[in-house]
Design a protein around this ligand. Sequence first.
Ligand code: ATP
Length: 393
Amino acid sequence: MGELEIQNLTKVFQDDGGDIIAVDDLDIEIKDGELIVLVGPSGCGKSTTLRCVGGLESPTDGDIVLDGTAVTDQKPKKRDMAMVFQSYALYPHMTSRENMEFGLKMATDLPKDEIRSRVEDTAEMLGIPELLEKKPEELSGGQQQRVALGRAIVREPEVFLMDEPLSNLDAKLRTEMRTELQKLQQDLGVTTLYVTHDQTEAMTMSDRIVVLNDGELQQIGTPLECYHEPENKFVAGFIGSPSMNFFDVELDTSGDGPTLVHEGFKYDLQEEVYADIKGHGERFTLGIRPEDIKLATADEHNAVTTTVEVTEPLGEVTYVYLEIADQQYTATLEGDMVIETGRTLTIRFPKDRIHVFDAETGEALRNRSRPDDEDIESLTGLQSADSAQASVE
Ligand code: ATP
């Protein structure tokens, strides 16, 4: 079992300028076998959280609980956890085999034969048997990272702790290793806490994402929940690339119906959207993801007229940077259209795709709608695991 709980974790560092609250009352429950990615901007407290879980930092407050037992005061090597670092941290004078054996020799009293066979089985699994007798200086970055992973895997821990393990690899290798690591984690079924500042890594690898900012929890959710149902403007802006567009708007209820007024356009609100934001003052942020912006004709309801500033054709799609009231926004349009810089473009924000945030608190008051299981079944013939089971019974 590897059920990990981070309970009310707080870590305060002192420096000349005073207290630095690196982690602020963080609560996370991680299920056995789950891959959780901690993500957030530089300095948000990701590594400090991981180091507190692994025992490399002592929490100022709170507990780390593994399978129901608090391990907060245990030394790192007593915790049944193995860490993989960005820097690989291999011993330069040891071969890959010795590096992989080292932790096992130090932390366990396993017989030599068992250690040998664990190392060789793991090297086989990682496709690196031919590297076992080589020293780190003879290995490429990707090979060193595999050895570092192997060193963690041979320990057969309850929990893997990974701190930006792919950051030193080039883009192509990074993508390959991402898939490999994810598959390995699924095969081994080891609970994993993974730190990255790369939201693509977080989206593609995790069972659930934990978004942090300034040491505070912003949201815990599946990748698609964080993407489509962000709890606040910070998560909405951090997850997704290019980022969600945000428009400062004011609510006007003096006309025929409720309208959001921006410097460059007016947006008539649907009753159900108005119901969600009513009572939260007059200032809001209207959000829409670039791929949710659609082309429109000038006479369409809620159409917005813009100017094309820059286009970035990627082939499959084109990022179009649009100017509305002197500010730049992004739309992702189909890649086969030629869109000239400087031309006027009319766009619309479909009503089921908009997000509205409280301008003061950033809280999401309204998120875009998502198809539910029934919609997906009727559209695609795909059955959810639950309903497939029910139809068998
Ligand atoms: P990055 O992605 O840049 O590694 P991070 O999210 O992992 O950032 P942390 O390294 O956990 O962030 O740091 C959180 C905050 O705590 C930062 O403000 C950092 O400067 C501060 N901090 C971290 N370690 C120490 C330390 N040993 N002494 C003082 N301040 C520290």
